[in-house]
Design a protein. Structure first.
Length: 178
């Protein structure tokens, strides 16, 4: 069994106070973030199976195939490195407009040390990824995603929202599904 984690990190080159003052933009009409339907009324445990075409438990070759399918990025353009402290493999791509108006995003697929299978996906937006993006657009997208994810029954003790870190990153939402 794989424990899935979804982490959205928001990186903006602006004072943290500016984030609180930003107003969320209205959601995009044509493309909403995909998410499973809530299961709170049915009593079924909430479960996230992956990110887009990538599914927890996939091998590196399968994840690269999912990246090609989702973003039309060939396997040789996927950056792969090792996280020395966690001893995991991290495959990273930069994609344009993952969420309309939010600018480029860095999507990192993490494969477990022992399993060598997909266990986590991180998405990072911000001026360090796309210097041309306007911080208010990132904040609007982050607010939209946070509201969406907070509407699902993640394990309560794993949910964190709007947590600033020492490096200027803000974890907009983090949660585990089972």
């Amino acid at each position: 069994m794989f424990i899935s984690r979804l982490l959205l990190a928001l990186m903006i080159a602006a004072p943290l106070g500016a984030l609180a003052a930003a107003q969320p933009a209205s959601p995009a009409k044509e493309e909403q973030p995909a998410a499973p339907a809530p299961h709170s009324e049915s009593g079924e445990p909430f479960q996230v199976d992956g990110f887009r075409s990538a599914r927890w438990g996939m091998s590196d070759a399968q994840v690269k195939a999912a990246i090609r399918k989702d973003f039309n990025i060939p396997p040789e353009k996927v950056q792969t490195e090792e996280n020395a402290s966690e001893r995991t493999a991290v495959m990273t791509v930069t994609v344009g407009d993952l969420l309309e108006g939010a600018g480029k995003a860095r999507v990192s697929y993490i494969l477990g040390h022992a399993s060598k299978k997909l266990i986590q996906v991180n998405i990072v937006w911000g001026t360090t990824i796309d210097p041309q993006v306007k911080p208010d657009r990132i904040v609007a997208a982050a607010n939209q995603l946070r509201a969406l994810f907070l509407g699902y029954p993640y394990q309560a003790d794993t949910v964190a929202s709007n947590v600033p870190t020492a490096d200027g990153t803000i974890t907009v939402f983090q949660g585990q599904d089972h």
